[in-house]
Design a protein around this ligand. Structure first.
Ligand code: SF4
Length: 293
């Protein structure tokens, strides 16, 4: 089985059948040298432990290529929007500002998907995501709020603008049109099955069985909040500047502390992140302690 070491990430083991997939995964990886005391916005909002492990022990990390295939989806999705030219819209904007923590400089960096100048000096910031229907139903998360408010804070400081709106623009990759919020009724009439679609959905729940004198009637109501379209657009609450500044400094201090914090149950997605989605699980003391005791 072949493998390849990518600086700053770790060793990728080829467990894929198709050579094209393997090469595409490798092409999606960029060697990375973490700059001391510099954190991107996405890193800043991440739990401190995986960030610390990746920065200090990336040489010990090993990940199967099959676990990295999902990256191709996000990269190709972003590549579609990056070159689109529109008046007053900038894409892929590099960000960096400085703060002083414990009397030493530290930096917050990032890359913004999209900024639109809606009137002189006023901007709307957009983050584009390829996401699942589940995420759209869940709606805006605290992580989304933190991330977009940090982008706005850094952008406004660099460009002297005022952010007046924040948006998540998502493409729902697993959207199924037949699952939109409709009611279906299937009934047996004289031994034959008939199906009828109702436009309104006023009842939640799954199958409801009803019996009337002639028919056996089943009504299925779909997920009541299932999106109507494959496009997800949501406004993210804009924080006051002092709240974002305090949040940014707090996250910087936590990441710069000599030891990271253990991940909380929320950060571990109740164990799912550790088992399936964390690149550093193999070298994580918190996770491995639980599995050896
Ligand atoms: S394996 Fe779990 S506990 Fe360890 S860093 Fe990853 S998410 Fe956190």
């Amino acid at each position: 089985m072949s493998e390849k070491t990518v600086e700053g990430f770790g060793t990728i083991i080829n467990d894929l059948e198709d050579e094209g997939h393997w090469l595409a995964v490798l092409a999606s990886m960029r060697p990375y040298q973490a700059k001391p005391r510099q954190y991107s916005v996405t890193t800043l909002i991440a739990p401190t432990q995986p960030v610390h492990l990746k920065r200090t022990r990336w040489q010990d990390v090993a990940v199967n290529a099959s676990n990295l295939l999902f990256r191709l989806d996000g990269i190709s999705h972003h590549a579609l929007f990056e070159p689109l030219v529109r008046p007053h819209v900038k894409t892929e904007v590099a960000l960096k500002i400085e703060r002083v923590i414990d009397e030493k400089p530290a930096w917050i960096s990032g890359r913004l998907d999209e900024v639109e100048e809606v009137e002189p000096g006023k901007v709307v910031i957009r983050d584009r995501k390829k996401m699942k229907v589940y995420g759209a139903i869940k709606g805006i998360t605290p992580e989304n709020e933190g991330q977009l408010n940090l982008y706005a804070h850094v952008y406004d400081e660099m460009y002297g603008t005022e952010t007046v709106g924040l948006q998540i623009v998502g493409f729902l990759s697993d959207f199924t049109k037949t699952k939109t919020n409709k009611r279906w009724a299937a009934m047996k009439r004289n031994g034959k099955r008939a199906i009828k679609l109702f436009d309104s959905a006023d009842e939640a729940g799954s199958w409801i069985e009803a019996q009337n004198d002639k028919h056996l009637l089943f009504i299925e109501t779909r997920e009541p909040n299932y999106p109507e379209s494959q496009e997800f657009v949501a406004d993210v609450p804009l924080w006051p500047k002092d709240k974002t500044e305090a949040f940014m400094l707090e996250r910087l201090r936590l990441h710069l502390a000599p030891e990271p914090l253990p991940c909380s149950p929320d950060e571990r997605w109740n164990g799912n992140r550790c088992k399936h989605y964390c690149d550093v699980a193999g070298i994580c003391p918190q996770y491995n302690k639980e599995h050896t005791t």
